[in-house]
Design a protein around this ligand. Structure first.
Ligand SMILES: [Zn+2]
Length: 302
């Protein structure tokens, strides 16, 4: 694997208008891309605009009416509210790009060993509704698409965002060709968790040492017969995060990422960045950048 030949996808070419002071950090995606370039972790030639997902791919994981109503702007207010974002044509485009981008990421990872979407990890979206800033479920659509096209037999989803991926679980949790490992805050949203294949709920105030020990133990319980890993590398378990309950440091997150990239043992890995809501936003950007730096340092020697 040559790092310089790997492809990465981004969605921030579509600007989504949000009301002043909205708590969703929409600018983090552009800031992350710019910082990765500035720090020479990625070069421009490696970056591609995430394409918009097709209806035919979305229906693999989503209810037709939900897709149509969201795209047309005819979803009732009570179904829009749990998503927590203001509906706009740009939001539709951006939501489609997150899924289309992760589809490309999964294909690129299969072809070259590793790829990442500089967005995504929309793990709270269910088949017939969105919630928690997630409209469509990128991992679910990409999983069902790879399986449908017989490109893989088994997918391992490792979800380390501090929030449990209830949408991943509601869509994929019953399948035996997908295995979902989720490590999350027991006191964090969603307050009603949906069963994954392996859920590890950790208490508020979880430290680096406690977290890394729990992750190490969980990885020993994961089946080894997967063809690709989808990694949700959320950094909202950082101590400074405004929506997370854990006390992880930058170093703790770096060790976490090392553990995952080493665990992959040269098998394809497709990554989405997941959540991160620290204030100031620079802390979240730094944590996401660290993940890419760890990936580069481990994967370039493959
Ligand atoms: Zn999260």
């Amino acid at each position: 694997m040559t790092w310089e030949n790997l492809n990465f996808f981004y969605t921030d070419y579509i600007e989504v208008p949000l009301p002043e002071g909205h708590r969703f950090p929409m600018e983090k995606y552009r800031l992350l891309r710019e910082t990765l370039l500035k720090n020479n972790i990625l070069v421009n030639q490696q970056l591609e605009k995430a394409p918009l997902a097709d209806f035919s791919d979305l229906v693999l994981a989503h209810n037709e009416n939900y897709i149509k109503h969201f795209i047309n702007g005819s979803l009732p207010e009570k179904e829009l509210r749990p998503i927590g974002l203001t509906w706009s044509h740009e939001l539709v485009k951006r939501s489609l790009a997150a899924v289309g981008g992760f589809i490309e990421t999964s294909e690129a990872a299969l072809a070259k060993g590793f790829s990442a979407l500089l967005a995504g990890g929309t793990h709270h979206a269910h088949a017939d509704r969105g919630e928690g800033f997630c409209v469509f479920n990128d991992f679910a659509v990409a999983s069902l698409r790879l399986i449908k096209h017989k490109k893989v037999k088994k997918i391992l989803i490792i979800d380390l965002d501090v929030h449990q991926g209830n949408g991943n679980s509601s869509i994929l949790g019953h399948r035996d060709d997908v295995f979902i490992l989720s490590l999350h805050g027991e006191k964090n949203y969603p307050f009603r968790k949906v069963k994954s294949h392996l859920d590890v709920a950790l208490p508020a105030g979880t430290t680096d040492a406690e977290y890394l020990e729990a992750l190490k133990s969980a990885l020993k319980l994961v089946p080894n017969d997967f063809d690709i890993i989808f990694y949700q590398a959320g950094v909202d378990n950082l101590k400074e995060d405004t929506l997370g309950t854990f006390d992880l440091s930058f170093n703790g997150l770096i060790e976490r990422d090392k553990m995952i990239f080493e665990f992959a043992q040269k098998r394809p890995l497709a990554m989405a960045i997941g959540g991160g809501y620290a204030k100031p936003i620079d802390l979240t950007i730094k944590a996401h950048v660290n993940t890419f730096e760890v990936a580069k340092s481990i994967l370039k020697s493959y």
